[in-house]
Design a protein around this ligand. Structure first.
Ligand code: ADP
Ligand code: ASP
Ligand code: MG
Length: 440
Protein backbone atom coordinates (compact mmCIF):
# COMPACT_ATOMS: atom_id res chain seq x y z
CA UNK A 1 0.00 0.00 0.00
CA UNK A 2 1.21 3.53 -0.78
CA UNK A 3 2.16 5.71 2.18
CA UNK A 4 0.10 8.86 2.62
CA UNK A 5 2.02 11.71 1.02
CA UNK A 6 1.56 15.18 2.45
CA UNK A 7 0.72 17.88 -0.07
CA UNK A 8 3.10 20.84 -0.01
CA UNK A 9 0.45 22.95 1.72
CA UNK A 10 0.25 20.54 4.65
CA UNK A 11 3.99 20.55 5.23
CA UNK A 12 5.00 23.19 7.77
CA UNK A 13 7.47 25.20 5.74
CA UNK A 14 10.01 27.42 7.39
CA UNK A 15 9.16 31.08 6.92
CA UNK A 16 11.73 33.79 6.52
CA UNK A 17 11.25 37.57 6.35
CA UNK A 18 14.07 39.16 4.31
CA UNK A 19 14.48 42.95 4.33
CA UNK A 20 16.59 44.79 1.75
CA UNK A 21 17.71 48.37 2.42
CA UNK A 22 18.03 51.25 -0.05
CA UNK A 23 21.55 50.49 -1.31
CA UNK A 24 20.59 46.84 -1.77
CA UNK A 25 17.92 47.75 -4.35
CA UNK A 26 19.49 50.97 -5.71
CA UNK A 27 19.91 50.08 -9.41
CA UNK A 28 18.63 47.34 -11.72
CA UNK A 29 21.66 45.13 -10.97
CA UNK A 30 21.22 45.38 -7.20
CA UNK A 31 17.50 44.78 -7.49
CA UNK A 32 18.04 41.66 -9.61
CA UNK A 33 20.63 40.46 -7.10
CA UNK A 34 18.07 40.86 -4.29
CA UNK A 35 15.46 39.03 -6.41
CA UNK A 36 17.90 36.13 -6.91
CA UNK A 37 18.60 35.95 -3.20
CA UNK A 38 14.88 35.86 -2.43
CA UNK A 39 14.31 33.15 -5.06
CA UNK A 40 17.25 31.12 -3.70
CA UNK A 41 15.63 31.10 -0.24
CA UNK A 42 12.34 29.95 -1.81
CA UNK A 43 14.10 27.23 -3.77
CA UNK A 44 15.66 25.99 -0.53
CA UNK A 45 12.10 25.22 0.50
CA UNK A 46 11.24 28.24 2.66
CA UNK A 47 8.26 30.57 2.33
CA UNK A 48 9.52 34.10 1.78
CA UNK A 49 8.14 37.52 2.65
CA UNK A 50 10.51 40.27 1.50
CA UNK A 51 10.32 43.85 2.75
CA UNK A 52 11.99 46.43 0.54
CA UNK A 53 13.15 50.01 1.12
CA UNK A 54 13.04 52.82 -1.40
CA UNK A 55 15.84 52.70 -3.97
CA UNK A 56 19.14 54.46 -3.15
CA UNK A 57 18.49 58.01 -1.98
CA UNK A 58 14.88 58.13 -3.19
CA UNK A 59 13.45 59.04 0.22
CA UNK A 60 15.92 61.96 0.56
CA UNK A 61 14.99 63.13 -2.94
CA UNK A 62 11.27 62.96 -2.20
CA UNK A 63 11.81 64.96 1.01
CA UNK A 64 13.80 67.55 -0.94
CA UNK A 65 10.99 67.81 -3.54
CA UNK A 66 8.50 68.50 -0.77
CA UNK A 67 10.69 71.28 0.65
CA UNK A 68 10.91 72.89 -2.77
CA UNK A 69 7.19 73.56 -2.68
CA UNK A 70 6.51 74.00 1.05
CA UNK A 71 8.46 75.34 4.04
CA UNK A 72 6.73 72.92 6.40
CA UNK A 73 5.14 70.22 4.22
CA UNK A 74 1.76 68.99 5.38
CA UNK A 75 2.47 65.70 7.24
CA UNK A 76 -0.40 63.75 5.65
CA UNK A 77 0.73 64.68 2.16
CA UNK A 78 4.35 64.01 3.11
CA UNK A 79 3.37 60.41 3.89
CA UNK A 80 1.50 60.08 0.59
CA UNK A 81 4.69 61.19 -1.13
CA UNK A 82 7.31 59.27 0.88
CA UNK A 83 5.39 55.97 0.76
CA UNK A 84 5.73 55.84 -3.04
CA UNK A 85 9.48 55.06 -2.87
CA UNK A 86 9.08 51.61 -1.36
CA UNK A 87 6.16 50.77 -3.67
CA UNK A 88 8.38 51.29 -6.70
CA UNK A 89 11.00 48.88 -5.31
CA UNK A 90 8.43 46.18 -4.55
CA UNK A 91 6.66 46.28 -7.92
CA UNK A 92 10.00 46.12 -9.76
CA UNK A 93 11.30 43.30 -7.59
CA UNK A 94 8.08 41.30 -8.12
CA UNK A 95 8.60 41.68 -11.89
CA UNK A 96 12.21 40.48 -11.56
CA UNK A 97 11.09 37.45 -9.54
CA UNK A 98 8.37 36.53 -12.06
CA UNK A 99 11.07 36.76 -14.72
CA UNK A 100 13.03 34.15 -12.72
CA UNK A 101 10.07 31.79 -13.01
CA UNK A 102 8.41 32.20 -9.61
CA UNK A 103 5.07 33.58 -8.49
CA UNK A 104 5.33 36.96 -6.77
CA UNK A 105 2.98 39.68 -5.60
CA UNK A 106 3.82 43.14 -4.29
CA UNK A 107 1.72 44.77 -1.58
CA UNK A 108 1.64 48.27 -0.09
CA UNK A 109 1.96 48.50 3.69
CA UNK A 110 -1.79 48.99 3.89
CA UNK A 111 -2.55 45.96 1.69
CA UNK A 112 -0.14 43.93 3.82
CA UNK A 113 -2.19 44.80 6.93
CA UNK A 114 0.29 47.11 8.68
CA UNK A 115 -1.97 49.16 10.96
CA UNK A 116 -0.49 52.21 12.69
CA UNK A 117 -1.56 55.13 14.84
CA UNK A 118 -2.24 58.40 12.99
CA UNK A 119 1.01 60.14 13.82
CA UNK A 120 2.14 61.12 10.31
CA UNK A 121 5.86 60.74 9.45
CA UNK A 122 6.57 58.84 12.69
CA UNK A 123 3.69 56.45 13.10
CA UNK A 124 3.84 53.39 15.35
CA UNK A 125 2.65 49.97 14.29
CA UNK A 126 -0.28 48.97 16.51
CA UNK A 127 -1.48 45.85 14.70
CA UNK A 128 -0.53 43.55 11.83
CA UNK A 129 -3.45 41.94 9.99
CA UNK A 130 -1.50 39.58 7.80
CA UNK A 131 -4.36 37.52 6.27
CA UNK A 132 -3.67 38.66 2.74
CA UNK A 133 0.02 37.73 3.08
CA UNK A 134 -0.90 34.31 4.48
CA UNK A 135 -3.27 33.73 1.61
CA UNK A 136 -0.63 34.69 -0.97
CA UNK A 137 1.88 32.36 0.73
CA UNK A 138 -0.69 29.56 0.62
CA UNK A 139 -0.97 30.20 -3.11
CA UNK A 140 2.77 29.69 -3.30
CA UNK A 141 3.67 33.31 -4.06
CA UNK A 142 6.69 35.16 -2.82
CA UNK A 143 5.28 38.27 -1.11
CA UNK A 144 6.97 41.67 -1.47
CA UNK A 145 5.88 44.23 1.11
CA UNK A 146 6.58 47.96 0.82
CA UNK A 147 8.51 48.87 3.96
CA UNK A 148 8.29 52.01 6.12
CA UNK A 149 4.52 52.48 5.74
CA UNK A 150 1.14 51.51 7.05
CA UNK A 151 -2.39 52.77 7.32
CA UNK A 152 -4.18 54.43 10.18
CA UNK A 153 -7.57 52.79 10.67
CA UNK A 154 -8.66 55.92 12.54
CA UNK A 155 -8.20 58.22 9.52
CA UNK A 156 -7.85 55.64 6.71
CA UNK A 157 -4.73 57.55 5.65
CA UNK A 158 -1.31 56.27 4.63
CA UNK A 159 1.34 56.75 7.32
CA UNK A 160 5.11 56.31 7.41
CA UNK A 161 7.17 54.93 10.29
CA UNK A 162 10.11 57.36 10.50
CA UNK A 163 13.48 57.12 8.75
CA UNK A 164 14.81 53.59 8.71
CA UNK A 165 11.28 52.28 9.27
CA UNK A 166 11.47 49.35 6.84
CA UNK A 167 13.45 47.48 9.52
CA UNK A 168 10.42 47.77 11.78
CA UNK A 169 8.03 46.63 9.03
CA UNK A 170 10.17 43.51 8.60
CA UNK A 171 10.35 42.67 12.31
CA UNK A 172 6.63 43.31 12.81
CA UNK A 173 5.79 40.95 9.93
CA UNK A 174 8.21 38.34 11.27
CA UNK A 175 6.45 38.53 14.65
CA UNK A 176 2.93 38.39 13.17
CA UNK A 177 3.75 35.48 10.84
CA UNK A 178 5.80 33.66 13.49
CA UNK A 179 8.79 33.58 11.13
CA UNK A 180 11.87 31.64 12.12
CA UNK A 181 14.12 34.64 11.58
CA UNK A 182 14.07 38.20 10.30
CA UNK A 183 17.00 38.75 7.94
CA UNK A 184 18.08 42.37 7.44
CA UNK A 185 20.21 42.71 4.30
CA UNK A 186 22.22 45.94 4.16
CA UNK A 187 25.38 47.53 2.74
CA UNK A 188 27.72 46.41 5.54
CA UNK A 189 28.55 42.91 6.80
CA UNK A 190 26.58 43.24 10.04
CA UNK A 191 26.69 45.23 13.26
CA UNK A 192 30.16 46.61 13.98
CA UNK A 193 31.99 47.93 17.04
CA UNK A 194 31.62 51.41 15.44
CA UNK A 195 30.32 52.76 12.14
CA UNK A 196 32.75 51.15 9.66
CA UNK A 197 32.53 54.32 7.56
CA UNK A 198 34.25 56.23 10.36
CA UNK A 199 36.49 53.62 11.96
CA UNK A 200 38.42 51.61 9.38
CA UNK A 201 39.32 48.74 11.73
CA UNK A 202 35.88 48.43 13.35
CA UNK A 203 35.19 44.82 14.29
CA UNK A 204 32.12 42.94 13.12
CA UNK A 205 30.24 41.59 16.12
CA UNK A 206 29.02 37.98 15.71
CA UNK A 207 26.25 38.27 18.33
CA UNK A 208 24.68 41.26 20.08
CA UNK A 209 22.01 41.11 22.80
CA UNK A 210 18.72 42.99 22.35
CA UNK A 211 19.65 45.23 25.29
CA UNK A 212 22.97 46.28 23.75
CA UNK A 213 21.41 46.72 20.32
CA UNK A 214 18.65 48.87 21.80
CA UNK A 215 21.24 51.19 23.35
CA UNK A 216 23.29 51.18 20.14
CA UNK A 217 20.29 52.00 17.94
CA UNK A 218 19.08 54.65 20.40
CA UNK A 219 22.48 56.32 20.33
CA UNK A 220 22.85 56.45 16.55
CA UNK A 221 23.91 53.07 15.08
CA UNK A 222 21.43 53.38 12.23
CA UNK A 223 22.10 49.87 10.92
CA UNK A 224 18.83 48.90 12.70
CA UNK A 225 16.00 51.31 13.48
CA UNK A 226 15.44 51.57 17.24
CA UNK A 227 11.78 50.54 17.04
CA UNK A 228 12.65 47.40 15.10
CA UNK A 229 14.89 46.28 17.97
CA UNK A 230 12.21 47.10 20.55
CA UNK A 231 9.69 45.13 18.54
CA UNK A 232 12.09 42.19 18.14
CA UNK A 233 12.85 42.09 21.86
CA UNK A 234 9.21 42.36 22.88
CA UNK A 235 8.20 39.55 20.52
CA UNK A 236 11.33 37.37 20.72
CA UNK A 237 12.12 37.73 16.99
CA UNK A 238 15.75 36.80 16.21
CA UNK A 239 17.32 39.34 13.82
CA UNK A 240 20.07 38.29 11.45
CA UNK A 241 21.79 41.36 10.04
CA UNK A 242 23.93 40.65 6.96
CA UNK A 243 25.34 42.03 3.74
CA UNK A 244 23.40 41.97 0.46
CA UNK A 245 26.68 41.86 -1.39
CA UNK A 246 28.43 38.89 0.22
CA UNK A 247 27.67 35.64 2.01
CA UNK A 248 29.37 36.52 5.30
CA UNK A 249 27.98 35.22 8.58
CA UNK A 250 26.59 38.62 9.65
CA UNK A 251 25.43 39.47 13.17
CA UNK A 252 22.73 37.80 15.26
CA UNK A 253 20.68 40.03 17.53
CA UNK A 254 19.06 37.83 20.17
CA UNK A 255 18.19 37.67 23.88
CA UNK A 256 21.16 37.85 26.25
CA UNK A 257 22.46 34.41 27.09
CA UNK A 258 24.71 33.10 29.83
CA UNK A 259 27.33 32.06 27.31
CA UNK A 260 27.58 35.46 25.62
CA UNK A 261 30.87 37.25 25.71
CA UNK A 262 30.57 40.38 27.83
CA UNK A 263 33.40 42.76 27.17
CA UNK A 264 33.28 45.97 29.22
CA UNK A 265 32.60 47.93 26.07
CA UNK A 266 31.01 46.45 22.94
CA UNK A 267 30.69 49.44 20.64
CA UNK A 268 31.14 53.17 20.16
CA UNK A 269 28.14 54.83 18.54
CA UNK A 270 27.47 58.36 17.40
CA UNK A 271 24.93 60.69 15.94
CA UNK A 272 25.43 64.05 14.30
CA UNK A 273 21.85 65.10 13.66
CA UNK A 274 20.91 66.36 17.08
CA UNK A 275 20.01 69.78 18.39
CA UNK A 276 19.99 71.27 21.86
CA UNK A 277 17.23 73.46 23.21
CA UNK A 278 18.08 75.60 26.27
CA UNK A 279 15.42 77.30 28.36
CA UNK A 280 16.54 80.10 30.66
CA UNK A 281 14.62 81.60 33.57
CA UNK A 282 12.45 78.51 34.00
CA UNK A 283 9.83 79.05 36.76
CA UNK A 284 11.20 77.35 39.87
CA UNK A 285 8.12 75.58 41.19
CA UNK A 286 6.75 72.03 41.28
CA UNK A 287 5.05 70.84 38.11
CA UNK A 288 6.90 73.02 35.58
CA UNK A 289 9.12 70.25 34.19
CA UNK A 290 6.00 68.12 33.82
CA UNK A 291 4.32 70.93 31.88
CA UNK A 292 7.31 71.38 29.56
CA UNK A 293 7.92 67.72 28.79
CA UNK A 294 4.18 67.04 28.63
CA UNK A 295 3.90 69.67 25.88
CA UNK A 296 6.84 68.09 24.04
CA UNK A 297 5.29 64.62 24.28
CA UNK A 298 2.00 66.04 23.02
CA UNK A 299 3.89 67.46 20.01
CA UNK A 300 5.38 63.97 19.47
CA UNK A 301 8.96 65.18 20.05
CA UNK A 302 11.39 62.59 21.41
CA UNK A 303 13.66 64.10 24.05
CA UNK A 304 17.04 62.54 24.67
CA UNK A 305 19.54 64.03 27.17
CA UNK A 306 18.12 66.43 29.81
CA UNK A 307 20.00 68.71 32.22
CA UNK A 308 18.47 71.12 34.72
CA UNK A 309 20.32 73.42 37.11
CA UNK A 310 18.79 74.79 40.28
CA UNK A 311 18.55 78.63 40.27
CA UNK A 312 21.67 80.21 41.77
CA UNK A 313 19.86 83.13 43.39
CA UNK A 314 16.74 83.03 45.53
CA UNK A 315 13.69 83.78 43.39
CA UNK A 316 15.70 83.35 40.14
CA UNK A 317 14.74 80.99 37.33
CA UNK A 318 16.44 77.68 36.54
CA UNK A 319 18.27 76.71 33.31
CA UNK A 320 17.03 73.61 31.50
CA UNK A 321 18.66 72.05 28.42
CA UNK A 322 17.63 69.00 26.44
CA UNK A 323 18.49 67.44 23.10
CA UNK A 324 16.14 66.39 20.30
CA UNK A 325 16.57 65.18 16.72
CA UNK A 326 17.40 68.16 14.45
CA UNK A 327 14.17 67.66 12.49
CA UNK A 328 12.14 68.19 15.68
CA UNK A 329 13.60 71.57 16.79
CA UNK A 330 10.85 73.74 15.31
CA UNK A 331 8.10 71.59 16.81
CA UNK A 332 9.90 71.59 20.18
CA UNK A 333 10.28 75.39 20.25
CA UNK A 334 6.66 75.93 19.22
CA UNK A 335 5.42 73.54 21.90
CA UNK A 336 7.36 75.42 24.60
CA UNK A 337 6.44 78.87 23.37
CA UNK A 338 2.81 77.94 23.87
CA UNK A 339 3.53 77.67 27.62
CA UNK A 340 4.43 80.39 30.10
CA UNK A 341 7.26 78.35 31.58
CA UNK A 342 10.55 80.08 30.69
CA UNK A 343 11.91 83.56 29.96
CA UNK A 344 14.13 82.59 27.03
CA UNK A 345 14.63 79.76 24.50
CA UNK A 346 17.90 79.18 22.63
CA UNK A 347 18.76 76.43 20.17
CA UNK A 348 22.08 74.98 18.99
CA UNK A 349 21.94 72.75 15.93
CA UNK A 350 25.67 72.04 15.75
CA UNK A 351 25.83 69.34 18.34
CA UNK A 352 26.37 65.61 18.12
CA UNK A 353 26.66 62.73 20.53
CA UNK A 354 29.17 59.98 21.08
CA UNK A 355 28.33 56.97 23.24
CA UNK A 356 29.90 53.77 24.42
CA UNK A 357 27.73 50.71 24.96
CA UNK A 358 28.53 47.44 26.69
CA UNK A 359 26.58 44.98 28.83
CA UNK A 360 29.79 44.40 30.77
CA UNK A 361 29.99 47.96 32.13
CA UNK A 362 27.09 47.61 34.55
CA UNK A 363 28.25 49.03 37.90
CA UNK A 364 31.72 49.96 36.59
CA UNK A 365 32.28 53.66 37.20
CA UNK A 366 35.86 53.43 35.88
CA UNK A 367 34.53 53.22 32.34
CA UNK A 368 32.95 56.68 32.58
CA UNK A 369 36.20 58.15 33.94
CA UNK A 370 38.13 56.65 31.05
CA UNK A 371 35.68 58.05 28.48
CA UNK A 372 36.02 61.57 29.92
CA UNK A 373 39.82 61.30 30.05
CA UNK A 374 40.05 60.14 26.45
CA UNK A 375 37.84 62.98 25.21
CA UNK A 376 39.84 65.44 27.34
CA UNK A 377 43.14 64.22 25.88
CA UNK A 378 41.66 64.78 22.40
CA UNK A 379 40.68 68.35 23.47
CA UNK A 380 37.01 67.57 22.94
CA UNK A 381 34.72 69.51 25.24
CA UNK A 382 31.87 67.55 26.85
CA UNK A 383 28.69 69.63 26.93
CA UNK A 384 26.21 67.17 28.44
CA UNK A 385 26.46 63.65 29.85
CA UNK A 386 23.88 60.92 30.29
CA UNK A 387 24.24 57.33 31.40
CA UNK A 388 22.30 54.09 31.63
CA UNK A 389 23.56 50.87 33.25
CA UNK A 390 25.11 49.83 29.92
CA UNK A 391 25.75 53.16 28.13
CA UNK A 392 27.60 56.44 28.59
CA UNK A 393 26.73 59.29 26.20
CA UNK A 394 28.47 62.64 25.81
CA UNK A 395 27.03 65.56 23.86
CA UNK A 396 29.84 67.34 22.00
CA UNK A 397 30.31 69.71 19.04
CA UNK A 398 29.11 67.94 15.88
CA UNK A 399 32.35 68.58 13.98
CA UNK A 400 34.34 66.67 16.64
CA UNK A 401 32.16 63.53 16.48
CA UNK A 402 34.40 61.51 14.09
CA UNK A 403 37.52 62.30 16.20
CA UNK A 404 35.70 61.28 19.37
CA UNK A 405 34.51 57.98 17.86
CA UNK A 406 38.02 57.09 16.65
CA UNK A 407 39.68 58.05 19.94
CA UNK A 408 37.26 56.01 22.09
CA UNK A 409 37.34 53.00 19.76
CA UNK A 410 41.10 53.03 19.97
CA UNK A 411 41.28 53.62 23.73
CA UNK A 412 38.99 50.66 24.48
CA UNK A 413 40.87 48.39 22.02
CA UNK A 414 37.75 47.57 20.03
CA UNK A 415 39.53 47.19 16.69
CA UNK A 416 39.49 44.05 14.59
CA UNK A 417 42.85 43.04 16.02
CA UNK A 418 41.54 43.24 19.58
CA UNK A 419 41.48 40.15 21.75
CA UNK A 420 38.36 40.34 23.85
CA UNK A 421 39.57 37.79 26.39
CA UNK A 422 42.08 40.38 27.55
CA UNK A 423 41.04 43.23 29.73
CA UNK A 424 41.11 46.57 27.92
CA UNK A 425 40.93 48.27 31.32
CA UNK A 426 43.52 46.08 33.09
CA UNK A 427 45.96 48.93 33.65
CA UNK A 428 43.29 50.56 35.77
CA UNK A 429 42.56 47.46 37.80
CA UNK A 430 39.11 46.52 36.44
CA UNK A 431 38.01 43.00 35.75
CA UNK A 432 37.76 42.02 32.08
CA UNK A 433 34.28 40.56 32.20
CA UNK A 434 31.56 41.07 34.72
CA UNK A 435 28.63 38.93 35.64
CA UNK A 436 25.43 40.95 35.21
CA UNK A 437 24.14 42.30 38.48
CA UNK A 438 21.09 40.08 39.20
CA UNK A 439 19.23 43.09 40.55
CA UNK A 440 19.44 45.01 37.29
P1 ADP B 1 19.84 50.30 4.80
O1 ADP B 1 19.61 51.27 3.69
O2 ADP B 1 20.27 48.95 4.33
O3 ADP B 1 18.70 50.26 5.76
P2 ADP B 1 21.30 52.04 6.57
O4 ADP B 1 22.04 53.12 5.87
O5 ADP B 1 20.01 52.41 7.22
O6 ADP B 1 21.11 50.82 5.57
O7 ADP B 1 22.21 51.36 7.68
C1 ADP B 1 23.46 50.82 7.33
C2 ADP B 1 24.54 51.82 7.67
O8 ADP B 1 24.61 51.98 9.09
C3 ADP B 1 25.94 51.39 7.29
O9 ADP B 1 26.23 51.72 5.95
C4 ADP B 1 26.82 52.09 8.29
O10 ADP B 1 27.47 53.24 7.76
C5 ADP B 1 25.84 52.58 9.37
N1 ADP B 1 26.26 52.22 10.72
C6 ADP B 1 26.34 53.09 11.76
N2 ADP B 1 26.79 52.47 12.85
C7 ADP B 1 26.97 51.18 12.52
C8 ADP B 1 27.44 50.03 13.24
N3 ADP B 1 27.77 50.09 14.55
N4 ADP B 1 27.53 48.85 12.57
C9 ADP B 1 27.17 48.77 11.26
N5 ADP B 1 26.75 49.82 10.54
C10 ADP B 1 26.65 51.01 11.15
N1 ASP C 1 13.19 54.62 2.78
C1 ASP C 1 13.09 54.97 4.17
C2 ASP C 1 14.31 55.75 4.61
O1 ASP C 1 15.15 56.05 3.77
C3 ASP C 1 12.85 53.79 5.03
C4 ASP C 1 13.97 52.78 5.09
O2 ASP C 1 14.83 52.76 4.22
O3 ASP C 1 13.98 51.97 6.04
O4 ASP C 1 14.44 56.09 5.74
MG1 MG D 1 18.14 51.51 7.37
Amino acid sequence: MMEAVQSPKEVERELVVMKFGGTSVAGAEELKRAAKRIVAAREEGRSVVAVLSARGSTTDELEAMAREVAGRPDPREMDMLLSTGERISCALCAMAIVELGHRAISLTGSQAGIVTDSSHTKARIIDVRADRIRQALEEDSIVLVAGFQGVSTESNDVTTLGRGGSDTTAVALAAALDADVCEIYTDVEGVFSADPRIVADARKLPVVSYEEMLEMAASGAKVLQLRSVEYARNNGVPIHCRSSFSDGAGTLVIAEQETMERPLVTAVTHSSNEARVTLTGVRDEPGVAGEIFGALAEANVNVDVIIQNEPVSHGGGADLSFTVESGDVTDAVEAIESLDAAEGIETDEKIGKVSIVGAGMRSHPGVAAKVFEVLGESKINIEMISTSPIKISCVIASDRVPDAVKALHNAFDLGSGAVFEENPMSSEGHRPRVTPDPEQ
